[in-house]
Design a protein around this ligand. Structure first.
Ligand SMILES: Nc1ncnc2c1ncn2[C@@H]1O[C@H](COP(=O)(O)OP(=O)(O)OP(=O)(O)O)[C@@H](O)[C@H]1O
Length: 455
């Protein structure tokens, strides 16, 4: 079986005899084709990702061909589309190209021509081996900026140079520090993490360098510090920007001389550990403001790696969301998958908590979601609220010269979508906001392909 025989084709037109003609032409070539007379029903299935190629005519009573394409694209669906028209004008060809149709045919449709073009487009869009996300230790990514970072890590990991990792909270700094250790020649030696913000300033010195018995009240026994435990391995100082000025000076001394002393002790000890540090603060600004020693900053920042926030890594959002869903789905439960429109909605959210926030969100969905597909309306209210786009104003519809029926349909859909978004995906609440009867609201939303599969 060839690829094009497995790919599904949908033909949309409201003339049953034309539907039959096109479908039987394609089936005679062993292509998997079917037709639908109602564009609104067709759109709902198309944006659920049920077809690999859509063929539509330009003039259909319920909804015109251009509007069908606008709605499909508006829902974030990139399925290839062929347009057939009996009224081909330069203007409609230009509009078709603007909307990104893959091909444009005028009636009467030459059968061999249609089949040839369908086969060409299906071949161009044949599912390829999915691009495997890149990975580095436990970090995965499908984003080109992150691939470049993974490459940089592979280059610098074997050296002994100090590394400073910068980036917003939750974007993977800790994971990256561990990956540097794992890729280094020190991988068999200890890996020690210290979160400088989590330990009270008064205890941090003894945590880092240890103390002798009786060094201070409560120091009843000698304690080995983290630098000593790290031996010839790696010590990762997270949240380095939180270090007090006094400890900054002590750390600077260790980095300059390699020597440190336990609190209350007199003997010099030598550190052979490699230092990796991280912060979500803008350390240069801290230096300028006099809160961070510039000499320490330059000693920490021999090699710096800046992790971009998740919202600037659109290629990562879908891959990571699905990765976490698969990871957290309870045993025996098939992990649900996101529809393309749901992934698009996730991409438009700004993810202030970065990957950690996405991970928590996916864990909840993996456990609570009950159907095989995750639709836009299944997403939480705060994610949808950030996506709410203003509906097209009536004056814009008039200037686009949409026929009244199309303009009304478009308004209806935008209005319902906005109500559903404002209600955080809750249909009953959406109906209440719209001042509509729940049944009527649900029926209209269904007609526009806006309902979730679980409803
Ligand atoms: N690329 C990735 N692939 C898989 N999991 C990731 C990735 N990036 C981050 N994570 C996961 O996201 C969570 C947050 O990552 P991490 O703790 O490394 O962030 P951070 O930048 O160090 O955060 P903070 O600044 O708050 O310390 C962790 O559970 C981590 O495992």
């Amino acid at each position: 079986m060839t690829n094009s025989q497995r790919q599904r084709i949908l033909f949309i037109d409201d003339i049953p005899s034309f539907c039959e003609e096109i479908v039987s032409t394609l089936r005679a070539e062993e292509l998997d084709a079917q037709s639908m007379l109602s564009p609104l029903e067709a759109i709902a299935q198309i944006i659920r990702g049920e077809f690999d190629l859509v063929i539509t005519t330009l003039v259909i009573a319920e909804l015109g061909g251009f509007e069908i394409i606008r709605r499909i694209r508006g829902a974030g669906c990139r399925v290839p589309i062929i347009m057939i028209t009996g009224f081909g004008t330069d203007q409609s060809a230009i509009e078709a190209a603007r909307l990104g149709v893959a091909d444009y045919l005028t009636k009467p449709v030459e059968k061999t021509e249609l089949v040839a073009r369908v086969r060409r487009i299906l071949a161009d869009h044949a599912p390829r081996e999915p691009q495997r996300p890149k990975s580095l230790a436990r970090m995965i990514s499908g984003d080109s900026q992150m691939s470049a970072i993974f490459e940089k890590v592979k280059t610098i990991a074997p050296s002994d140079s100090r590394v400073l990792i910068l980036g917003e909270t939750g974007c993977g700094k800790q994971l990256l520090a561990h990956a540097i250790h794992q890729q280094s020649r020190r991988a068999q030696e200890p890996y020690i993490e210290v979160n400088c913000a989590a330990i009270p300033a008064s205890l941090l010195e003894s945590e880092l360098f240890g103390h002798e018995e009786g060094a201070f009240t409560g120091a009843s026994k000698k304690r080995i510090g983290r630098f000593e435990s790290a031996g010839k391995g790696t010590i990762f100082l997270d949240e380095i920007g939180e270090l007090s000025f006094e400890l900054q000076s002590k750390l600077l001394h260790v980095l300059d001389s390699g020597k440190f002393t336990r609190v209350g002790g007199g003997n010099d000890m030598y550190s052979q550990a490699r230092l990796v540090s991280a912060t979500n603060r803008d350390l240069l600004k801290e230096v300028e403001a006099g809160r961070f020693r510039s000499d320490l900053y330059y000693r920490l920042n021999v090699i710096s790696i800046e992790l971009p926030p998740l919202r600037d890594r659109p290629g990562d959002i879908g891959i990571l969301a699905q990765h976490f869903i698969n990871q957290f789905a309870p045993e025996g439960k098939q992990p649900p998958t996101f529809t393309p429109s749901a992934v698009e909605a996730l991409r438009q959210y700004h993810w202030p908590g970065n990957v950690r926030e996405l991970q928590n969100f996916a864990e909840q969905l993996a456990v609570l979601h009950q159907t095989p597909r995750i639709e836009v309306t299944d997403l939480p209210a705060h994610v949808l609220k950030r996506n709410a786009k203003p509906a097209l104003a009536p004056k814009d519809m008039a200037s686009e010269r949409l026929p009244f029926r199309e303009a009304r349909d478009q308004f209806e859909r935008d209005y319902l979508l906005k109500a559903i978004q404002d209600a955080g995906g809750n249909m009953a609440e959406g109906a209440r906001l719209a001042g509509m009867d729940r049944g009527q609201f649900y029926r209209l939303a269904k007609r526009h392909g806006l309902t979730s599969s679980s409803e």
